[in-house]
Design a binder for this molecule. Sequence first.
Ligand code: HEM
Length: 170
Amino acid sequence: MNRVLRALILSAFVGVAVGATPLVDGKIEKGEYASSKSVLDGASTLYYSSDGSGGLFVALETKTLGWAGIGLGSRRMDGARIYMGFVKDQTPVFSEQLGSGHRHNPVKDKTADKSIVAQNGSQNVLEFHLPADKLPFKGKAVNYIAAFAAASDLSSYHEDNFDSGTFTLP
Ligand code: HEM
C-alpha cells in the first residue's frame, strides 16, 4: 500500500474514533470522549463531550468499589444536580439527586435520558447523557462537584474524598 493511501485510511479511522458519539455503556474507550480532566486528586477522571445538538455526554471513572458521584451546576452540594451510583452484588444502582445543604434527595424530574453505572474491576464507571433542554447549568463554564466513598450505598459520608471546580465546554 502506498504511503498516501495509508495516510488517508489512518486519518479516516482517527476521524471516526475522535468524532464518534460516546456510548452510554459503562465502558470508556480511548478517544470516546472529546475532553477529560483528572479530579479528586487523581482518583477519578471526568469525561465530557457535546452531543452536537447542545446536549452533553458525561462520564466519571473512579478508583473505588463503593459509590461515586458527579454534581453539575454548583461548586457546593447545595443546589447541585447530582448523578451518583454503585454496583452491589452485581446490581447497579444509578440515582439522580438534588443537593440540599450537605444532604441530597432523589428527584422525580430527571434530566438524564440515558444513564448507567458499572463496576469494572476496581473502577466505578458512571455514564449519562443530558439533552440540551435539560442541562442543569447555563453557559459554557460548568461548575461541578465530585465525591466518592468505599461504601456501596447512596448515604455514606465521603470524608475527605470530595472536589469541586469548573470545566469549560468548547
Ligand atoms: C452520600 C451522602 C453525603 C453526605 C453525608 C455528605 C456530607 C457532606 C458534609 C458533612 C460536607 C461538609 C464537609 C466539610 O465542611 O468538611 C460535605 C461537603 C461536600 N460534599 Fe458531600 N455529602 C454526601 C454526598 C456528596 C456527593 C454525592 C457529592 C458530589 C457528587 C458531594 C460533594 C461534596 C463537596 C464538593 C463538598 C464541599 C463543598 C460543600 O460544602 O458543599 N457530597 N458533604
